[in-house]
Design a protein around this ligand. Structure first.
Ligand SMILES: [Zn+2]
Length: 294
């Protein structure tokens, strides 16, 4: 019998993952499924067309579980791109989780959870809720909490299914000791294949305070410049061939942005940031809410 964890690792796409987590927060467990003893599969009566393990439900191509997943996922397609996945391996499961009404959280934000054991959990979370979530954890637990949260996008690529992303994250969970609270941020599912390449550039692993700082900075950046100005700035910093050309476009750019933007970008010394930090801020733009008030 496949466990809930097995099913999660079998998901092909992000929307299947959302569907299954919705079922799990609503109390689904594979242990509740009982199959009748059956005759061996034949050409005309084969196993389920999705999992290829369990018998098909009478009159359907899928088994009971896969049928439910395919039914649930229909309503979740539109939400999946705004969600990120977190595989957490911490020195404790935050008791905050037991205070949350996950059914409600799922129906409102498609925020689902699967608690694997006393240390590990899998969560889907709106990307722009991550900052708030991390702040809540640090405010409540301070230095008590140690371990690693790996944040990665939902996937459904031919060469990287959702389940495979999860398996890889699970594999890396013990990369660091639990002495500190660390974050690993993957902006693309394929980065889970070769995380050392991103790590070498300083774009993968952060202490929690550092990562929260980057998200805060990105939040200001999003408000400071219009989307077109953000594109223009990216081109100036990454595509100019020499400092003379860059100086010319930088001067012109400063002529069109607001005084406030000019002051803050100058204070940050953004023009001299390492390219990797600059790219990281651009990647993180999807992960912060656009808000002028908070
Ligand atoms: Zn099936």
């Amino acid at each position: 019998m496949l466990s809930n964890f097995d099913l999660l690792r079998q998901t092909k796409t992000g929307v299947e993952l959302l569907a299954l987590l919705k079922m799990i927060v609503n109390g689904f467990s594979t242990e509740d499924i009982r199959f009748n003893k059956r005759v061996p599969y034949s050409l005309l009566d084969g196993p389920c067309n999705r999992c290829w393990i369990y018998p098909r439900k009478s009159g359907h191509m899928y088994c009971e579980t896969c049928l439910q997943i395919s039914h649930e996922k229909k309503a979740l397609n539109e939400y999946v791109r705004q969600k990120a996945v977190i595989w957490g391996a911490l020195n404790q499961i935050p008791d905050l989780f037991s205070e949350i009404n996950w059914k409600k959280k799922f129906s409102k934000y498609q925020m689902g959870i699967y608690i694997h054991n006393n240390n590990s959990f899998l969560m889907t979370i709106p990307k722009n809720y991550i900052l708030n979530f991390l702040k809540q954890l640090t405010l409540r637990y301070g230095d008590e909490l140690g371990g690693l949260l790996q944040i990665f996008p939902t996937s459904g690529l031919k060469n990287m299914s959702m389940g495979e992303s999860i398996c890889r994250a699970v594999h890396y969970e013990h990369t660091y000791p639990m002495d500190k609270f660390r974050i690993r941020f993957y902006s693309h599912p394929l980065q889970l294949n070769k995380p050392h390449l991103r790590d070498r550039k300083g774009m993968l692993t952060f202490e929690i305070s550092e990562f929260i700082g980057l998200l805060e900075l990105t939040k200001i950046f999003r408000v400071l410049l219009t989307p077109q100005q953000q594109i223009d700035l990216y081109e100036i910093i990454t595509q100019c061939e020499d400092t003379k050309e860059e100086g010319f476009f930088w001067g012109r750019f400063n002529g069109v942005i607001t005084q406030n933007a000019k002051d803050i970008l100058h204070e940050w010394d953004i023009r001299h940031w390492p390219k990797e930090k600059f790219e990281l801020i651009y990647e993180l733009r999807d992960y912060v809410a656009f808000s002028r008030s908070d």
